[in-house]
Design a protein around this ligand. Structure first.
Ligand SMILES: [Zn+2]
Ligand SMILES: [Zn+2]
Length: 387
């Protein structure tokens, strides 16, 4: 440390302390930047020793807040016990009067470029909490965020959402894909739904949500699906990909089986992901469809449908938008009278029932066969992510 600078600072301090008693932390903070010192407390103590002064009973600026941070750290350790985390960040709200008194000293003694008392509070809390819990501060993407309000005397803890990806298969018919949101809160979460946003767990979404909420001690599981199916559809093969945002999780480390069986629904390859894709994910589907026509169909008539291979179908949306989707491959399984079954590989996102009837889809099975057709059942055999 520069001796000359320290001597000048010590003289300056004598004037300040004559009017305003300061604790070591607040005193050191005033000159730490100027002297290039990291520990405010140690610098404050050093200056005070040079002046042969005793610490005051009460600090003019912080009213001894800085020397009583241990109580706060204890509280933080206590409330964070039930969470798995390796990084954290602290935000603090101080009494406005502390900031006011800090400003008084700065302007009265013309001190510039000084760390705010708030940043000193969070820094000291962070150092001590980090040591006690063997975790580190992360400003960008912390697992836990503490908000400590010294005004209202509360300490709040907020875990970062956990993002997961997996696939699911559905081996039973009669199970809807999506769960109806709680009718009291429309899915936001309320007392009635125990803050889960859903009240029942009798769908693919419900079963998966229930498992994840319990496994990770989370409040809500918000799903994003790659495509959708009917209540009567099966989802077989490698399953349908989906993403989950787990809100307020207590656990963040995953140790689960590659396949989790949940009574008719299985979760495959569950893992943590860094970010849920914001752009639509492109995928192809292989589906088996059961189709019924108004008139008898013959194998030779069905040959007509082969013309759809490597062709686009156009979807017309109510909004006026048009989408083009490609059919890659069509095969027929069995034909008898007015019904037949068909295997089709195509771009994902084709509304299959509308593709059969021809409602706002061109061309369609009905238009190609020149008879009204409807799809009575469709099952997913494979879903392939192409990007
Ligand atoms: Zn102080
Ligand atoms: Zn609710």
């Amino acid at each position: 440390m520069d001796r000359k600078k320290l001597a000048a600072v010590t003289e300056h301090t004598r004037g300040i302390l004559k009017e305003h008693p300061l604790c070591d932390n607040c005193l050191g903070r005033m000159f730490a930047g100027k002297l290039g010192v990291l520990s405010h407390k140690r610098l404050g103590n050093k200056i005070r020793n040079k002046l042969k002064q005793k610490p005051p009973p009460t600090c003019y600026i912080c009213k001894n807040l800085m020397s009583n941070l241990d109580t706060q750290v204890k509280k933080m350790v206590e409330i964070s016990k039930e969470y798995q985390f390796s990084t954290f960040l602290i935000g603090a709200i101080l009494q406005p009067s502390i900031h006011d008194r800090d400003d008084v000293i700065r302007s009265k003694f013309k001190l510039r470029g000084i760390a705010s008392i708030k940043s000193d509070v969070t820094r000291e809390l962070g150092k001590s909490f980090s040591r006690k819990t063997r975790t580190v501060v992360d400003y960008q993407n912390p697992d836990l965020v503490f908000t400590i309000d010294f005004k209202k005397e509360y300490c709040e803890i907020k875990p970062k959402a956990l993002l997961l990806q997996a696939r699911y298969t559905k081996e039973v018919r009669g199970l809807p894909q999506k769960q109806k949101p709680c009718d009291q809160c429309d899915g936001r979460g309320c007392f009635v739904c125990d803050f889960h946003g859903i009240r029942e767990f009798n769908s693919v979404e419900g079963k998966i949500a229930k498992f994840l909420i319990e496994k990770f001690g989370a409040q809500q599981a918000k799903m994003t699906w790659l495509g959708s199916e009917d209540e009567s559809s099966l989802v077989l093969g490698n399953g349908r990909p989906f993403f989950v945002k787990l809100v307020n999780p207590h656990k963040r480390r995953i140790s689960v089986a590659k396949k989790i069986e949940l009574d008719g629904v299985s979760i495959l390859g569950l893992r943590v992901m860094a970010k849920i894709p914001s752009d639509p994910v492109r995928f192809r589907t292989r589906v088996k469809m059961e189709i019924e026509a108004e008139d008898d169909v013959s194998a030779s008539m069905l040959e007509e449908l082969k013309k759809l291979e490597a062709q686009h179908v156009v979807l017309y949306e109510n909004s006026g938008h048009k989408h083009k989707k490609t059919i890659y491959n069509i095969r027929f399984k069995s034909v008898s009278g007015r019904s037949f079954s068909m295997m089709m590989e195509s771009d994902g996102g084709i509304p299959l029932k509308r593709f059969v009837t021809g409602q706002d889809v061109e061309p369609s099975i009905s238009s190609m066969l020149e008879t009204n057709c409807r799809c009575t059942l469709f099952d997913f055999r494979k879903i392939i992510v192409t990007r």
